[in-house]
Write a protein that binds this ligand. Structure first.
Ligand code: ADP
Length: 150
């Protein structure tokens, strides 16, 4: 019975989708970057979230559009404030790994009510950023399923 069979394979397929097959590239900034420069960089890179790294390129924070907006309406000189002052910091960051399923990642996006997760590799001393998993990633995977539901 074709209708039922199709929906079963679709569900199976959903759970086979992995972060590593859909995530986009990492967009990172140093902790010392000013808020002003971070805003320019966010526009230039056309992303909604920047990941912040320390000298060793390890994840220390996340900067969202609203973090930058909030600072912009409350502060005189955006050229004087480094992003590490206003970012959301480790260990309060939700992240995922390449081997995770997209369903797990989607769950974290919804539970934490955030737009994106850093894709990381666990390293001695911290997390190395290897990509970005966003609501757009999930939408792209959703469309992929409509083209491959066999
Ligand atoms: P926006 O606020 O621009 O709509 P988000 O909803 O993603 O974007 O971010 C909401 C808040 O959560 C911000 O303060 C941001 O720093 C923080 N945040 C964003 N992504 C994460 C994440 N993966 N883990 C923890 N906090 C995050």
């Amino acid at each position: 019975y074709v209708g039922k069979k199709t929906s079963v394979t679709l569900i199976d397929n959903i759970h086979d989708l992995k972060v590593k097959d859909f995530h986009s590239g990492p967009v990172v900034v140093p902790e010392t970057m000013t808020v002003y420069d971070a805003i320019c960089f966010m526009f230039a890179e056309d992303v909604g979230t920047l990941f912040v790294v320390d000298k060793n390129e390890l994840l220390t924070g996340v900067l969202s559009r609203k973090d930058l907006l909030r600072t912009s309406i409350g502060t005189q000189d955006l050229n004087k404030i480094p992003v590490h002052i206003i970012m959301t910091r480790m260990p309060n960051i939700s992240y995922c790994e390449k081997s995770d399923s997209l369903v797990e990642a989607a769950n974290k996006l919804i539970e934490r009510e955030v737009d994106s997760l850093p894709v990381v590799e666990l390293q001695e001393g911290g997390l190395k950023i290897v990509g970005r998993l966003t609501k757009t990633t999930i939408t792209r995977a959703f469309l992929f399923l409509t083209q491959h539901d066999e």
